[in-house]
Ligand binder design. Structure first.
Ligand SMILES: [Fe+2]
Ligand SMILES: [Fe+2]
Length: 261
């Protein structure tokens, strides 16, 4: 008898990313609400796509989209402070804490220490691209103008040596970006503007304390900076995110990153 030549239907094994999607979908079904991701999450995965409202509603009968806290994340207090964001939302704080400690040990002013403490908070909480600009906007309503300016400008200044103060192009950048990277024209232009600015040296000192070769065993706690923060960060009474400042929405987004709107 001739054997049946038609092959049995075989389900191809799932790829890592299909398995991750399936797991995510399963998790979403277990949640009380429908969770979504912002388009930026997809863009940074190389996909020009977005979560569709009506599709997801149809797949999740009886559920509504999330418009509040995401229970997978640490719970924020009703009136969050900067310290709460440090402890509950910033993914890694050792670099900024060590940078601020270095500035403190170097005898620098509160302004410099604050700028060092806050210089990379955009990276650890929010976004990498143009982190100096995002970080400066986040803190602008709450700190001295010079501190926000230094946070913004450290991004460009990091790429340019200043022999007068012994700042050289970071070894780490050679490792991270390769030997041939040249800053884009907008960064060069920003550097040139910063160079002529009256606060140039404030931002430059931030870059000089922005170092990675620390004692790996050094442990610094954000509570060690509570006094400096108290003196130099205007903590809003309503809570950071609920104070109607020009950047309150950015803090709320960190608090509730998966809100539908
Ligand atoms: Fe930075
Ligand atoms: Fe840094």
């Amino acid at each position: 008898m001739p054997q049946d030549a038609s092959p049995l239907p075989v389900t191809p094994p799932k790829t890592m990313s299909e398995r991750a999607d399936a797991l995510e979908e399963q998790m979403m079904h277990e949640m009380e609400h429908i969770l979504t991701k912002s388009t930026l999450h997809y863009l940074s995965d190389g996909k020009v796509t977005m979560d569709g409202g009506m599709d997801l509603l149809a797949k999740n009968p009886g559920k509504y989209f999330l418009l509040g806290e995401d229970k997978r994340l640490p719970r924020m207090p009703a009136k969050p402070t900067l310290l709460d964001y440090f402890k509950l939302r910033f993914a890694s704080t050792s670099h900024v804490l060590q940078s601020a400690t270095h500035a403190l040990k170097g005898g620098h002013s509160d302004k410099i220490v604050m700028a060092c403490l806050l210089h990379d908070i955009a990276v650890v909480s929010f976004i990498r691209c143009d982190h100096g600009y995002w970080g400066a906007q986040m803190i602008e309503p709450y700190v001295d103008e010079e501190v926000a300016w230094a946070v913004k400008m450290h991004q460009a200044l990091r790429f340019f040596p200043d022999e007068s103060v012994g700042y050289t192009y970071p070894e780490m950048y050679l490792k991270l970006f390769g030997p041939h990277y040249q800053p884009e024209p907008y960064i060069v232009a920003e550097y040139e503007r910063a160079r002529r600015h009256k606060w140039y040296m404030t931002a430059r000192i931030v870059t000089m304390n922005d170092i990675y070769s620390f004692d790996p065993n050094a442990r610094v706690d954000i509570d060690a900076f509570a006094d400096i923060i108290g003196r130099n960060f205007r903590q809003p009474e309503e809570g950071l995110g609920f104070d109607n400042s020009p950047s309150a929405h950015m803090w709320r987004t960190m608090m509730w990153p998966s809100r539908f709107l």
